[in-house]
Design a protein around this ligand. Structure first.
Ligand code: ADP
Ligand code: MG
Length: 486
């Protein structure tokens, strides 16, 4: 472990490269199906197999999705682009090259807003987003000496999102990744599933003395399949590098892999062993032209982004950043809450109901928000009943809501009647019950009148017991005090 004093002499610098598989029907250069989990090597035409003489044909949807991501991140969209071949040999790359965009990425610059820690806000600046094809998958099974190859993934469209080296804590890197995942999910262009590899992240990590203007030598971390492991791997790598520098050793420019089980990393290859990819323009594909008209069409049909919902929930609905973040974490939840707020003006109550009783109900029943049987209008009726003191909050959350989950077509007021939880707020009917409570406790009444004002709680308790909690506490409290005055 490194002491905080030593740590404070260094600044962490991280740049991320995030690959997102685009959720298109077919692959980027062929009509092969792009679906995850099919039997190995079933979605492989001669194009995916890289047979000589076959011609790639560009999937327009993949280009549209990349543009959507670029617009969401405020990138500049390149009007003209071409593809490049990146040449290298690997068993899961049958063509011997990957088709990618080296010189003319589809999106240039841009930024992603992130929030982390106690309301820290930063913008992670992007270098580029480019389109490329995925390689196949090499599978190493335990006890199996041969490597298995599944080419279903070969030719699946990817975007690679490359940040500038501007991230300075592991937590910020995690927040960036979470926001990228949210954006692709809101856009509906990628399912964002890191475990299945539809979203993958490589982290470039270096450290430098805080007063240094130059960047340190970077190490690239690969193969992390959750946000948590990216955070852990970066933290571990930062400490490893500081340790080496403190011991007077050199940092090697290398690629390392992080093992979540041991919490350690090990070297895969050093920069010197890296290939020279001999990029050159792909001759079999014509350049892409993104016309103004197409760009407009895409812009006009962009869905709402998480940052837009966050902003709306704070500005229009007066929620805290924390509430807005929780409610926008999932697209389905954000849309649900947004439509909830069309039915009520008590936004804070809507937020509390959503994050409290509704969420617990969903968790308990293993349901997603879009599987909720009850409609938002019905939920708004519940808020109204509580706001108008017709039903107490506790009766509403403990009895009314569970009842409505089971009987979503019954009106909230009717349900409250059926459950017999309508509060008594009419003084004429509460007064006789108060009189009874006071008559049953003459000593306590005397004590109250002699100054033990704290007894009011006891009287309220008795009254609630007598009425099964069905009197409006505000009205009852006032009546009680009046009745106790001499
Ligand atoms: P390479 O030429 O090795 O591919 P690039 O300049 O293309 O490096 O950058 C690849 C990624 O590494 C980018 O995300 C970038 O922000 C990040 N990066 C570059 N230099 C550093 C550094 N010194 N420390 C941390 N990250 C870096
Ligand atoms: Mg590079």
């Amino acid at each position: 472990m490194i002491s905080p004093e030593v740590k404070s002499k260094y600044q962490l610098v991280v740049g991320l490269e995030v690959h997102a598989q685009l959720h298109t029907e077919t692959k980027i250069f062929s009509g092969d199906s792009n679906s995850f989990g099919d039997s190995p090597n079933t979605n492989v035409s001669v194009i995916s197999l890289g047979h000589p003489g076959v011609m790639p044909k560009l999937n327009r949807k993949a280009v549209e999705y990349a543009i959507r991501m670029g617009l969401a991140c405020n990138c500049q969209i390149s009007e003209y682009q071409f593809f490049d071949r990146k040449n290298y040999f690997y068993p899961d790359l049958p063509k011997g090259y990957q088709i990618t965009q080296d010189k003319t990425p589809i999106c240039v610059g841009g930024e992603v807003p992130v929030y982390y820690g106690d309301g820290i806000h930063s913008k992670v600046v992007l270098n580029r987003i480019h389109l490329e094809e995925d390689a196949g998958k090499s599978i190493h099974l335990d006890g199996e000496k041969d490597t298995l190859i599944d080419l279903n993934r070969a030719g699946v469209p990817l975007i690679e999102i490359v940040t500038e080296p501007v991230i300075h804590t592991a937590e910020e890197a995690g927040a960036f990744l979470a926001e990228v995942r949210r954006i692709v999910r809101y856009l509906g262009i990628c399912d964002g599933n890191m475990e299945e590899g539809s979203l993958r992240c490589d982290a470039n990590v270096s450290v430098r003395p805080v007063d240094s203007a130059e960047l340190g030598k970077k190490v690239e971390l690969k193969n992390m399949n959750s946000i948590k492991s990216v955070i852990r791997a970066i933290e571990h790598e930062m400490e490893r590098q500081i340790d080496l520098i403190e011991d007077g050793e050199e940092i090697l420019s290398e690629t390392r892999t992080f093992d979540v089980n041991t919490g350690r990393s090990s070297g895969m290859r050093t920069k010197e062993e890296l290939n020279d990819y001999r990029y050159f323009p792909e001759p079999d594909l014509s350049p892409i032209h993104v016309t103004e008209a197409w760009l407009h069409e895409i812009r006009d049909t962009q869905p709402t982004l998480p940052s837009e919902f966050r902003e709306k929930f704070q500005t229009d609905f007066g929620l805290s950043l924390y509430d807005a973040e929780v409610l926008t974490d999932r697209k389905e939840l954000a849309y649900f809450f947004d439509s909830f707020c069309e039915k009520t003006t008590n936004y804070k109550a809507a937020a509390n109901w959503t994050m409290g009783p509704i969420k617990s109900y969903l968790n308990e029943h293993g349901k997603e928000i879009d599987e909720l049987e009850i409609g938002v209008s019905r939920l708004a009726e519940v808020i109204d009943l509580v706001d108008q003191n017709v039903v107490s909050f506790s009766a509403a959350s403990q009895q009314l809501l569970p009842y409505l989950f089971k009987h979503p077509h019954v009106q909230a007021k009717e349900a409250a009647h059926a459950l017999n939880i309508i509060q008594e707020s009419d003084s004429d009917s509460i007064q006789p019950m108060i009189d009874e409570v006071l008559a049953a406790n003459p000593d306590k009444v005397k004590a109250y009148q002699n100054g033990k004002k704290g007894l009011i709680g006891m009287f309220m308790g008795e009254l609630m017991k007598k009425t099964q909690g069905k009197v409006d506490p505000k009205v009852a409290n006032k009546l009680l005090r009046d009745s106790l005055e001499l």
